[in-house]
Write a protein that binds this ligand. Structure first.
Ligand SMILES: Nc1ccc(Br)nc1
Length: 444
């Protein structure tokens, strides 16, 4: 409704007369990015607090890194989409920099930087915004937040089992069960063992994995063409594609034999899954390779069983990443869990939490010369740990009640002249309408 100052929301000033040169700005965020107004921020905080609580339960330490990194951290030559869509530029110091597209390289950088002052094993987690620059033709987002958990310095499959366990714990906390989602699990050592039979050079491995990761996204002929162009023989391609269609560990063992590391690692993981209590969440799927070049062993991704959504999370072992940064290799594994697909899944399942604003008190002076008294009441309540919305303006009571309802305040504390003289304030419990006076010292 219009107010005294003519139109617009209450309290807004009428716009200053536009001089010729003031342009009305675009109030939307840049393409592909999101604002988080209060109701969206409550959902984000609820999700991130679950990420952080699970990380705490698993004894992980929180770390953080700049969103801006040297471009060199991400310039891997394996044809990854993440590299093609790098949000990179030259800064004013002529340095090549990039908005990070993922968190693992930053984590590896910090581990190397810390060296022996960070004794292994390290269990680190972070929740950070990641970026990509994608032609808006596809209208996809350019930023999302990822929860990452990484275990550095543990070569055993126990590390991957622990990481998957932490994700299962997260899912359970937010109401997702094994009937809603599962994990497709494989190992890149499957590909390695096949490629080794065809003497494919090691340095092609990452590139081959990146191509194969697209197997469900682009036509098979395109996959074969890219593999051929990368130097993989026709015979090797045929063998690869056959192995990738295997859907059981038994088939895999029949194909590769039981002496290889791939079968041993995967058998170990499934055995541990039994002990961790999430065996029903896992399924072997040889076609899972993930799209990051640096994975070297077990890889996994969380998927929705209805098949409507993109991967919910993904991760794996990366035992050779550190040497690509010029350091000694350290065995490592980790995962990324984005903030977007999971919300789509919760919406699908009707599991979005009700997260209304809840303020304990709204405190209001009944006339303007009691504003100071109202501030004192607010301080007393806040010192007791109570939330207070202090009415800052001189408003009619009708306006105060309307605001109290909008901010979902539990009680209204009224500072009136006669009560204040007697060291009292008025209280109204807004859910019941109950109304009473109370001594200021007894206000709890
Ligand atoms: N890597 C990456 C970054 C940002 C988004 Br949105 N998706 C993937």
């Amino acid at each position: 409704s219009d107010n005294a100052s003519g139109g617009g929301r209450s309290g807004a000033l009428s716009p200053a007369p536009l001089t010729g040169d003031v342009q009305k700005i675009d109030v939307n965020p840049p393409k592909g990015t999101r604002d988080f107004p209060p109701e969206d921020m409550r959902l984000r905080n609820w999700l991130f607090n679950n990420f952080k609580e699970v990380s705490r339960l698993y004894g992980f330490e929180e770390v953080d890194f700049p969103v801006l990194e040297s471009e060199a951290l991400f310039t891997r030559k394996a044809g990854e989409e993440i590299k093609d869509q790098l949000y990179c530029f030259e800064d004013r110091g002529n340095r090549r920099v990039a908005l990070r597209p993922e968190l693992t390289p930053s984590l590896a950088r910090l581990v190397i930087q810390k060296g022996k002052s960070a004794p292994l094993p390290l269990k680190w987690f972070t929740v950070g915004q990641c970026w990509r620059y994608e032609r808006m033709t596809r209208g996809r987002r350019r930023e999302h937040y990822q929860w990452n958990m990484d275990i550095i310095g543990v070569p055993e499959v126990m590390a991957e089992a622990e990481l998957i366990s932490s994700i299962v714990t997260l899912f359970k906390r937010i109401g997702i069960t094994e009937s809603d989602v599962g994990f497709k699990v494989s190992s890149r050592k499957v590909l390695q063992e096949v490629l080794k039979c065809y003497s494919i050079p090691e340095n092609l491995f990452g590139k081959v994995c990146v191509i194969i990761d697209k197997i469900e996204k682009i036509p098979l002929d395109e996959i074969k063409k890219e593999l051929k162009a990368s130097g993989v023989s026709q015979e090797a391609i045929e063998e690869l594609l056959q192995v990738l269609s295997l859907k059981s560990l038994t088939e895999l063992e029949e194909r590769l034999g039981s002496s290889g590391e791939a079968v041993a690692d995967l058998k170990q993981l499934f055995a541990l899954a039994e002990k961790f209590g999430y065996y029903e969440w896992l399924q072997f799927d040889a076609s899972v390779v993930r799209g990051l070049a640096y994975y070297t062993g077990i890889v996994f991704e969380g998927f929705d069983r209805e098949g409507k959504l993109r991967a919910i999370c993904g991760g794996g072992r990366y035992d050779r990443l550190f040497s690509t940064f010029g350091a000694d290799d350290i065995p490592a594994c980790g995962f990324g869990f984005g903030d977007a697909v999971i919300v789509e899944l919760l919406k699908e399942k009707g599991l979005l939490p009700e997260l209304g604003l809840q303020i304990e008190n709204i405190v209001c002076a009944l006339d303007v010369d009691l504003q100071g008294a109202a501030a004192t009441v607010a301080r007393i309540l806040r010192d007791k740990g109570q939330s207070v919305d202090l009415v800052l303006e001189n408003k009619p009571l009708k306006w105060v009640f309307k605001r109290a309802s909008r901010i979902n305040a539990q009680r209204l504390v009224l500072v009136g002249s006669s009560e204040w003289q007697r060291g009292m304030v008025g209280v109204k419990i807004l859910s019941t309408g109950e109304q009473y006076e109370v001594k200021l010292d007894d206000l709890n």
